[in-house]
Design a protein around this ligand. Sequence first.
Ligand code: DC
Length: 214
Amino acid sequence: MTVIAIDGPAASGKSSVSRRVAARLGFACVNSGTLYRAVTREVLRQGADTSSPESIAAVLAGAEIACGIGDGGESFVRVNGDDAGAELSDAQVNSHVSLVAAVPAVRELISHLLRALARERPLVMEGRDIGTEVFPDTPYKFYLDASPEIRQARRDAEGGTDRVAARDRLDSTRKTAPLRTAADAHVVDTSHLTLDGVADAIVEKLRTLGIVPK
Ligand code: DC
């Protein structure tokens, strides 16, 4: 099993960099945040209370969550057969996802699905707890960061409504699997690097660890 773990706070560049690294290595790319977003969107769609772990657990119990790797080599997720598309990053989901992601039952289920994906093929997987909790034994761990101001500016430039500081606070202070830097992660400050520059740094580090681009 080979997993390149890329963790970091919101808008640190994880998704774009992970795609680039995966393409260079010929690995599939898994965005674990979309699974948390898909569950959150279902909780909201059902009108359940996102501050109630019991209500969230009830939604989970009745939902069929399927994820896999699509033809393009990127992960997909469907809840009860629906992939939700652009709704996964709408304002409602942005403002509730950290509450839902803090619920241990949600984390347990999603971590299980993520581990199953890694048994199928080599992956680049991005998230908050991939190197600390989901694959603590992988020797390939990266933590991307950038100043809060730069990260918020990136989101604003995308025209979104995402408040990254609020999500970061919830994601890094929750009890279960909080966002933190694994002791053995390679930290990359992306504040003043291009996406290709960050991908270059990661691919070069991986080369020294024996992972060679295709
Ligand atoms: O990567 P993203 O911003 O799309 O993630 C959305 C939220 O999902 C994030 O604020 C916290 C949660 N998440 C998590 O708790 N653990 C992960 N491995 C990935 C995402």
